[in-house]
Design a protein around this ligand. Structure first.
Ligand code: S3P
Length: 442
């Protein structure tokens, strides 16, 4: 089977109600937390994707029993510190930074060695950001230049730590929170705001956690460790990062509307909605409700024909961190010059998304200025493509592949977009969902 798609037709007007697959961050967290609960936990609508499959495979290697059928997934936990595995067990985190970083936290008190490895993209990413706090807990971690493979030798005398997380990384914060579960005493994290699914899960499971708002941008989290929690059932909402592709497709298409049902609209993830509003888009949330301590709702959006450039406030950076490739595409079609600052974290994703997106926009005729941690985009509301475009996607980045498909379906031209298989990471139904609303994709 070919590992590329060909798109040479703009999508025709549509008016649809759709759903997207389960949230990746929440699916991985559910599985990891269920693996140390006491009893049988069940998740409905768990994301079926490679990152979640890598998580379940990793847990099985650690001796956790997992039952799966078409409708739900069940994990039988035996409590904190109950993993049962051989010394030097190898865990392959595949493409998933979330799995690699969070599981290292959970394994910090095992006194056997574990080796975490990953695919080509994950092996290029920085692990110093979690090695530092784990070292302070008393864990020994070996790696070559802070890259995978990482060898972790845990300890059963973890010391509680105080750590300042300065990047606004939910993976770093959550790694520390996972380690705190098996640590006696109070672990404290002063952090820049980022997605708060782990905090919400801890609260939901009645794990002793206190969260204090320090300012608009910072908070202090205190967790009392060594408190066993019980098994729990959970409904995984749709992933706003997957929904975002359809929001932007609708905005950039002519005379179209969409409702995306049952999406996680946690405030720490809805930066894309605020950015769309600022750019003049008619977008609304309907039917919002709290489900398992996460806000869920339906998102309605219409085509826009007068997109405005944006000077993006850096408070939005972590709230839209995975949506920047799409936001940059929107800016290419907006009137005026858009500016993004303090977005250097984009260089540390599945690919260097700052560089890749800047080069992508240049290749479709849009002027950009790429700074060390900033990007300027000179928008053109009349942007149309008439030539052949070949997207190489060297790092097999799922979000670059999907954003390129949205560009092809809205800007014209003849596109060949490589690495279709990358969608298996987060949104395997992406192409199927596009076809359902009328996209012609070969
Ligand atoms: C994630 C956090 C973000 C995000 C990633 C998923 C998570 O990464 O980009 O796709 O599930 O915690 P950082 O925490 O490194 O910003």
């Amino acid at each position: 089977m070919n590992n590329y798609v060909k798109i040479s037709n703009i999508i025709k007007k549509f008016n649809r109600v759709i759903t997207v697959q389960g949230d990746k961050s929440i699916s991985i967290r559910w599985a990891l937390m269920a693996s140390q609960a006491v009893g049988k936990s069940r998740a409905n609508n768990l994301l079926k994707s490679e990152d979640v499959e890598s998580t379940l495979t990793a847990l099985k290697k650690l001796g956790v029993k997992i039952l799966k059928n078409k409708k739900y997934c069940e994990i039988i936990g035996k409590g904190l510190n109950s993993y049962n595995f051989r010394n030097n067990t190898i865990i392959n985190a595949g493409n998933s930074g979330t799995l690699a970083r969070l599981i290292l936290g959970l394994l910090s008190n095992s006194n056997k060695s574990v080796i975490i490895k990953g695919d080509k993209s994950l092996s290029k990413r920085d692990f110093s950001r979690i090695i530092k706090p784990l070292n302070i807990f008393g864990v020994k971690v070996k790696s070559n230049k802070n890259k995978l493979p990482v060898i972790l030798k845990g300890t059963n005398c973890l010391r509680p730590i105080y750590f300042e997380e300065k990047k606004g990384s939910a993976q770093v914060k959550s790694c520390i929170m996972m380690a705190s579960l098996n640590t006696p005493g109070t672990t404290e994290i002063k952090c820049v705001n980022s997605r708060d699914h782990t905090e919400r899960l801890f609260n939901y499971l009645k794990i002793p956690i206190v969260i204090k708002k320090l300012s608009k941008t910072h908070k202090l989290i205190k967790i009392q460790g060594k408190n066993q929690y019980n098994a729990f059932n959970y409904n995984i909402p749709g992933d706003i990062s997957s929904a975002a592709f359809f929001l932007v497709l609708t905005v950039l298409s002519k005379n179209s509307k969409i409702i995306i049902k049952n999406v996680n609209i946690n405030k720490t993830r809805t930066g894309i909605i605020d950015i769309l509003k600022k750019m003049n888009v008619n977008i609304r949330i309907i039917n919002s409700k709290l489900v398992n301590n996460e806000l869920v709702g339906d998102i309605y959006v219409k085509s826009a024909n007068n997109l405005k450039a944006i000077n993006c406030n850096s408070e939005l950076n972590s709230r839209a961190i995975d949506e920047f490739p799409l936001i940059f595409l929107l800016c290419a079609k907006a009137k005026g010059i858009s500016f993004f600052k303090k977005i250097g974290e984009l260089r540390h994703k599945e690919s260097d998304r700052l560089k890749v997106c800047s080069n992508f926009l240049k290749s479709i005729g849009v002027k950009t200025i790429e700074g060390k941690d900033s990007l300027k985009i000179y928008g053109n509301p009349n942007l149309k493509i008439e030539k052949k475009i070949n997207i190489k996607n060297f790092m097999q980045d799922h979000r670059i592949f999907m954003m390129s498909c949205i560009a092809a379906l809205t800007l014209g031209g003849e596109w060949k977009i490589n690495d279709k298989n990358s969608i298996k990471t987060s949104f395997p139904n992406f192409i199927l969902t596009l076809k359902k609303i009328g996209a012609k994709i070969k």
